[in-house]
Ligand binder design. Structure first.
Ligand code: ATP
Ligand code: MG
Length: 199
């Protein structure tokens, strides 16, 4: 191998200390239309109001740039998660609280993402919404098109979704509203000593 790691003066801890926070990855998984992006956005806003340094890595947004060469086949979905997890790890090293919102349908890839970082640096957030409710919401009109046979490999219909076995945070979006759920996430971060401010 002709590459060797460059040793840097600063590390994750130094960068995070300057920001006065503990870096963390919040990995939001769930069906399309479950509410991942909506809740991620609200969580980031609340963290920002608490003075925290954050970044949202949204699956859709990444597919306009970094991942624009990928489709929705199983192998491309795996690569989509791998790249996103690697970027999240870099942002963790930068000292940020990183919120990833991607369907990330496969347990194995979510586990790989988790294993890239320390055990206390990764929280899996299951944005749990029944398929029927996602179909009813259909915020992007994708379910209607998928049901009409226009979109192959659609998660929940023609491609599997493997729910997390033991997510650190479990959000039931059919029962609670966005603000309550975002407060619940911040409450968990507070309980775990990641943030100090009240939601
Ligand atoms: N309790 C809730 N939590 C989150 N979203 C909700 C809730 N109730 C209704 N919604 C609505 O559900 C929709 C969720 O869409 P959103 O784009 O956030 O889903 P997503 O999980 O990011 O989907 P995708 O994987 O396709 O990006 C929004 O229109 C949102 O307003
Ligand atoms: Mg989304």
């Amino acid at each position: 191998m002709n590459i060797r790691r460059t040793v840097l003066t600063l590390g994750k801890r130094a960068r995070a200390e300057l920001k006065g926070q503990r870096p963390l990855i919040l990995w939001m998984t769930g069906l399309s239309g479950a509410g991942k992006s909506t809740i991620a956005d609200r969580v980031e806003d609340k963290l920002w109001r608490c003075g925290h340094h954050t970044m949202v890595l949204d699956g859709d947004n990444l597919r306009f740039g970094l991942n624009k060469d990928l489709a929705f086949t199983d192998s491309d979905r795996v690569e989509n998660i791998r790249r996103t997890a690697e970027v999240a790890r870099l942002m963790l090293d930068a000292g940020l609280i990183v919120i990833c919102s991607l369907i990330s349908p496969f347990r194995r890839e979510r586990t790989l993402a988790r294993q890239l970082v320390g055990a206390d640096e990764f929280l899996e957030v299951f944005v749990d919404t029944p398929l029927d409710e996602c179909i009813r919401r259909d915020p992007k009109g994708l379910y209607a098109r998928a049901i009409a046979g226009e979109i192959p490999n659609f998660t929940g219909l023609s491609s599997p979704y493997e729910p997390p076995d033991a997510p650190e945070i479990h959000l039931h979006t059919a029962v609670h509203d966005v603000d309550t759920l975002a407060d619940h996430v911040l409450g968990e971060l507070r309980r775990r000593g990641v943030i100090a401010c009240l939601p």
